[in-house]
Design a protein around this ligand. Structure first.
Ligand code: HEC
Ligand code: HEC
Ligand code: HEC
Ligand code: HEC
Ligand code: HEC
Length: 292
């Protein structure tokens, strides 16, 4: 007589259910999609760190990391891409995350939101709502949480720094060696075309230049050494400060000029003044300039 398997399967499926529900609800695997643009802005709001890290906040606030969707002099550069070309849409309601491959580096948190949020963002771009768009940024949490570990997932209930601090505002700081590594910046400062997208895009490629030109030439400094001296978060150059950027570039690309003037006698009585000018531009940066 065949054994009755019914109760066995009932017990098994109940056990699986009991085991899997908490995993689904609390496990790392659960996808908590952000459902509105307001929630996206609030979740990544850096002002809560200002109270105690005032100086770093002030440096960051002036940097390009604080306005990654705004081009120079405060225009919303995505408006051009959403209105013409392969990423364009007829109306903002049609926009999905697929219209924002640029967010991979300019606003990585968008990939944790629903397509409805992408449509809300597109609507803000279409109505040239600078106030809303400029609140979306690469803030403290992007660097000190989402992009701070490469192996495994960053914990949503921790921040990452150079050392561990247990007692830190309910968000313990864990140690991550990645923060000091050029790869940390290379995650966004690019190697070449981003072929994973249906419409591959290419923007910044400076990390490629660092890896393939600067390091093989004997360069030994990291992005952080040159761009974050004393942990400064200003991320200079600031292209909206034209005078400051020119001064920095003059230092970064020193020009040496040697001249020799002489007179060349082409034929009797015909003198031609000539000059030899030798120039030499040295690039002191850790990569090509300009990039992009
Ligand atoms: C109530 C005050 C307070 C708030 C709010 C706060 N911090 Fe801190 N944080 C500190 C203190 C104090 C330290 C330790 C500083 C030290 O010892 O130099 C610290 C250390 C850190 C470190 C570790 C630095 C290292 O040595 O590597 C990071 C990263 C950090 N905070 C990020 C943040 C971020 C991001 C936020 C906002 C989400 C934040 N903090 C909010 C007080 C605060
Ligand atoms: C691989 C990461 C990455 C992707 C993808 C990416 N960008 Fe960028 N983009 C950067 C970085 C990093 C910078 C700044 C540094 C640089 O130019 O070297 C930058 C700079 C820019 C600037 C200049 C910003 C300014 O303040 O004037 C514009 C405009 C821009 N990107 C537009 C786009 C657009 C549009 C897309 C999508 C079609 C895109 N980017 C995709 C990383 C990226
Ligand atoms: C673009 C990425 C990036 C952003 C944005 C960013 N940080 Fe950092 N932060 C770093 C890196 C990288 C280091 C470590 C640099 C090093 O050790 O050379 C660091 C270091 C720190 C430290 C340690 C300072 C020390 O003296 O040891 C604190 C505190 C900190 N950040 C807080 C913040 C706060 C607060 C914000 C937001 C206002 C913020 N960071 C935004 C990348 C970032
Ligand atoms: C999450 C992606 C991301 C990370 C991580 C990141 N950056 Fe950026 N960074 C950008 C984007 C995007 C811009 C351009 C923003 C704009 O102007 O539109 C930028 C701008 C800059 C600029 C200003 C010059 C320019 O071309 O706009 C400097 C300098 C810079 N980053 C250095 C660094 C360094 C150094 C690190 C590592 C410590 C780092 N970044 C980490 C995305 C990132
Ligand atoms: C040896 C020092 C040095 C190293 C290493 C270095 N940089 Fe630079 N970087 C510079 C200098 C110098 C400039 C010229 C502008 C300035 O001084 O502000 C510059 C300019 C830039 C710019 C603006 C590019 C443009 O189009 O004008 C970005 C973005 C940047 N660096 C990011 C990085 C990143 C990311 C890394 C690491 C992969 C890195 N840098 C490594 C010195 C360095």
């Amino acid at each position: 007589m065949p054994k009755k398997r019914g109760p066995f399967y009932l017990v098994l499926s109940t056990a699986l259910f009991i085991l899997l529900v908490p995993l689904y609800l609390f496990g790392e695997g659960r996808k908590e999609e952000i459902g509105s643009l307001k929630e996206l802005i609030d979740r990544y709001d850096s002002t809560r760190c200002r109270e105690c890290h005032g100086e770093i906040y002030a440096q960051w606030e002036k940097s390009h990391h604080a306005r990654p969707l705004m081009g120079m002099d405060g225009w919303i550069f995505m408006s051009k891409y959403l209105k013409e070309g392969v990423l364009s849409v007829k109306s903002p309601q049609q926009a999905t995350k697929a219209n924002f491959p640029c967010a991979k580096c300019h606003l990585p948190q968008l990939f944790q939101a629903s397509d409805a949020v992408a449509a809300e963002l597109a609507a803000a771009v279409f109505r040239d709502d600078k106030k809303t768009v400029s609140r979306l940024n690469i803030g403290c949490r992007i660097c000190h949480q989402d992009r701070a570990v490469v192996h495994g997932r960053p914990e949503k209930s921790a921040l990452y720094g150079n050392r561990a601090i247990k007692d830190h505002e309910g968000l313990p700081v864990k140690k991550s060696p990645l923060l000091k590594d050029p790869l940390f910046c290379g995650q966004c400062h690019g190697l070449g075309p981003n072929l994973e997208f249906e419409n591959p895009v290419q923007c910044a490629t400076l990390y490629g230049s660092y890896l393939h030109a600067y390091l093989p030439g004997g360069g030994s400094q990291t992005c952080q050494d040159c761009h974050m001296p004393g942990r400064d978060h200003s991320s200079l150059p600031n292209f909206n400060d034209r005078a400051g950027t020119s001064a920095r570039l003059r230092q970064a690309l020193p020009l040496e000029v040697e001249t020799l003037g002489y007179v060349f006698q082409l034929e009797e009585g015909k003198h031609q003044p000539l000059a030899v000018v030798k120039t030499r531009i040295t690039n002191k940066a850790g990569h090509r300039i300009p990039d992009g």
